[in-house]
Design a protein around this ligand. Sequence first.
Ligand code: ZN
Length: 489
Amino acid sequence: MSRFDLVVKNGNVVIPKLGVIRADIGIVQEKIAAISREIDEKEAIKMIDASEKYVFPGAVDSHFHIGIFRPMDEDAISESASAAWGGVTTIGSYFRTGKNYLNKSGPYKEIFPEVLENSRESFYTDYVYHISIMTPEQVNEIEMLVKKFGVSTFKYFMFYKMLDLTGAPGSGQYLMINTSYDLGFLYGYMREVARVNKIFKNYGRISLSIHCENPEIIHPATEYMKSHMSGNPLKDYSDARPTFAEKLAIKEAETIAAQTNCPVNILHLSSIDAIESGDEAAQRNPELSILLEATLHHLGLSNDIPYGRLGKVNPPIREKEHVEALWKAVINDDIKTVVSDHACSTKKIKEGDIWTSLAGFGGTELIFPLLLTEGYQKRGLPLHRIAEITSYNSAIYHALYPKKGTIALGSDADLAIIDLNKEKKVSVETLHSAQDFTPFEGIQYKGWPICTILRGKVIFEKDQIVGRPGDGQFIKRPVMYHYREELTL
Ligand SMILES: [Zn+2]
């Protein structure tokens, strides 16, 4: 008699905080129901042979921008498919009111249902939303967003801090607001996140993610660089947003976070300055459990690549010394999550020069290949640490654990089966995204996912997507609050 809906047999199972074990995994009704030395084939309705392969918990790519430049449903379909190819089973996407995304502003109680409606039949992977609070009225919606909509992470952009009303990005016009978006606003915002975090303290972390770059420095530095261009636009762009502007913003954020007791996530560190100030902030405030995050592009690219505006992203791609410092911080476990910051764009969307082009591009599908090649193969980063960086830590810090983030009894059966010996060169075709370029073009990576399983259902195998849009579900967080009964076996 069949006891399991699916059995993944003979794999090397990579378990966060534990290591690699040879085991069979039995799945019943979307959950992991057995991890055993040997499960008899006869007990399985369906069997996948993972001999000589490595079975990781599906990646939680917790920094994503579905719908930033393209219609949300369309973007979710193509970009979550690209994620599924990459062994990602949960996407954490940012959303804010204002220009881009849905081009509207107002209360989230009206706008967020629209976001969910656009998402409902569009994701191949599970997904969550992090919400950017832009107005004092929206600050008052934070508790409701956690309780009713299951949103446990919020966001603030230090570099949109309103300085003037010229109409440039960062202005009220772009953000579609007419109230202050300054440190005073951030103070009130953090106080409220801290208050709500206290309410949910037994269920998971309610936190504020912060894009740390100081606009008062960027503004004059950009003006200077526009008249002192070197011939390498990506280097000029990096100099226009100097690394000390990251450091300054991190220090401002840390000061207010410590004052208000607000748990914070410092997003996409790009430089030695950012790492140093992020480390200091984390060490000085252990009670805030500050998360330091890095992206694939800051770990995989330096600003000598010939991509010009197509490689434009905030914070910018830096020189090689910064890339090495980021790897050191990942290996030391100072940087705890590595994410794609995936924002699907096209050459057309990124029209203009280095100063006028929109910032951001995608790379979610490279999360395992890049970490396995640059981390495991080149720098000796152990496989179980890669499972922590891609899945476990993201799940813990974003209140998804233990539903997501590990391979354990009762957890969702989200798995990425990886062939550590598979080698492939990155190209636009390799990435299966709607993006018509990639700054990673031509890089050879070793270690690619060959099968992705979402809650017990195969969504990618044999070089094709076999799931469908709509397989992915919106996950309410903290999961310990929203799925209390479900989490018991
Ligand atoms: Zn981002």
